[in-house]
Design a protein around this ligand. Structure first.
Ligand code: UDP
Length: 448
């Protein structure tokens, strides 16, 4: 029988150019490379990954046609729609060249669901393709509900409805629905309709774990015509080299080494969210008043109106002394796995959520937009391993939340549940559902 590994199957991976999407795609690439596949990353110039971190992959840039104006607008919906419109032709050309250069190799494509132009090209060139979804299944279902509500003209809903439960989506309330404020409802719908559809692809890979989303998974399996492989958490499946677009400040690990067990609250709002000067001040004084050591990622440009930490309130740095460490970007997976870290104040992006849950680190959830609101509700109300900050940020409330999560007796159960969930996730990877799905995925790819 022919050994298909020997015949060198090339997998072309198409990540969406944002940190929360690049990470799982490169982690998947690392896993598949370890199984003997050749990996090519086709990426946009915008937010290009760093090839020198991954000498095992081939990187092929394609023109994305984004203007400076579009990029600076920060309008994610408009940028993603533009990418899909602009990249199709260049991707097709790139694949055609690849097929001519390596006629002996068979090619398959794995693309981020947001880069749905890839599926059209795959279909045109008769290449097998698979979709990678990088947010939770629960969020996917909530987005489908948003589409239905939008088509009925139910948005924007009156403020009086914001705390009402959404039918069939318990415990989500209307205010938790993943609607985007970046663009018109029409453009948001256009994007979501396109990325939700599986037209000709052979399977869906989902960066999630069965034990986290059992009922959502059962629901989506009934609707989906192709196999779904729930293989997460991907960062645990493959310990990829750094996939960061920004330079990681490793100095914070030396700082963590000096802190005691479970004492540090790690604070990060991910790669896109930004905050106001007022929110910054409340965060700063809340952390200071909690008296817990903290490691705080403040991304350059993430505070409106400043380059970095110029707007931190006067007297704050002196007040915290050695008790706080502020960095521009952290090696987050390493931070969350560190013995000193006992809590994570997060915006609840799906990667951050998975990274925290799989290290047994309980969370303070402060979602900023879109899917983060779904995940925050899920972490606090379903998993019950987090405390959601619901109102405008206020230093006293922050201080209480940090102390409850990290030290007070009334946070004991949250901390215990976080550890239990970590163990369940480990079981999924060691012979359980994720392990099984990875094997099945590998078999499917070899069968193409
Ligand atoms: N991250 C990191 N260092 C930081 C902050 C974030 O490496 O200082 C990583 C984090 O581990 C996660 C990703 O950036 O994998 C952020 O993705 P997520 O889905 O949590 O949020 P997004 O940035 O998409 O809002």
């Amino acid at each position: 029988m022919e050994n298909k590994t020997q015949s060198c199957k090339r997998l072309v991976l198409v990540p969406c150019p944002y940190q929360g999407h690049i990470n799982p795609m490169l982690q998947l690439g690392t896993f598949l490379h370890s199984k003997g596949f050749s990996i090519t990353i086709v990426h946009t110039h915008f937010n290009s990954p760093n090839p020198s971190n991954h000498p095992e992959f081939t990187f092929l840039p394609i023109p994305d046609g984004l203007t400076e104006h579009e990029i600076l607008s920060g309008n994610l919906v408009a940028i993603l729609l533009a990418l899909n419109a602009n990249c199709k032709a260049s991707f097709q050309q790139c694949l055609t060249q690849l097929m001519e250069q390596e006629p002996q190799n068979s090619i398959s494509i794995i693309y981020d669901d947001i880069m749905y132009f890839s599926e059209a090209v795959a279909n045109y060139l008769n290449i097998p393709s698979i979709v990678l979804r990088t947010v939770s299944i629960t969020n996917f279902i909530a987005r489908s509900t948003v589409l239905q509500l939008l088509s009925k003209g139910s948005f924007p809903f009156p403020e009086s409805m914001s705390r009402d439960p959404v039918p069939d989506l318990d415990p989500l309330r209307f205010k938790d629905l993943p609607i985007s404020n970046f663009d018109t409802y029409e453009n948001y719908s256009k994007l979501v309709v396109n990325l939700h559809k599986v037209r000709t692809s052979s399977a869906v890979i989902w960066n999630t774990v069965d034990c986290l989303e059992q009922s959502s998974l059962a629901q989506i399996q009934q609707q989906c015509q192709v196999p779904i492989f729930t293989i997460g958490p991907l960062h645990k499946i493959a310990t990829a080299a750094s996939t960061s677009l920004l330079e990681e400040d490793m100095g914070c690990i030396a700082w963590l080494d000096k802190q005691s067990h479970n004492s540090v609250i790690y604070v990060s709002l991910g790669s896109v969210a930004s905050i106001s000067e007022k929110e910054l001040a409340e965060m700063a004084w809340g952390l200071a008043k909690s008296k817990q050591p903290f490691l705080w990622v403040i991304r350059p440009g993430s505070i409106c109106g400043s380059d970095w930490i110029e707007l931190l309130p006067q007297g704050f740095i002196e007040a915290i002394g050695e008790r706080g460490c502020i960095v521009k970007w952290a090696p987050q997976r390493q931070v969350l796995a560190h013995d000193a870290v006992g809590g994570f104040w997060s915006h609840c992006g799906w990667n951050s959520t998975l990274e925290s849950l799989s290290e047994g680190v309980p969370m303070i959830c402060w979602p900023c937009f879109s899917d983060q609101k779904v995940h925050a509700r899920y972490v606090s109300q379903v998993c019950k391993i987090g405390i959601q900050l619901e109102n405008e940020l206020e230093r006293g409330e922050i201080e209480r939340a940090v102390r409850k999560l990290m030290v007070d007796d009334d946070g004991k159960e949250i901390r215990a549940r976080a550890k239990e969930l970590k163990e369940k996730i480990e079981v999924s990877m060691k012979g359980g559902s994720s392990y099984h799905c990875l094997n099945e995925l590998e078999k499917l790819i070899r069968s193409f």
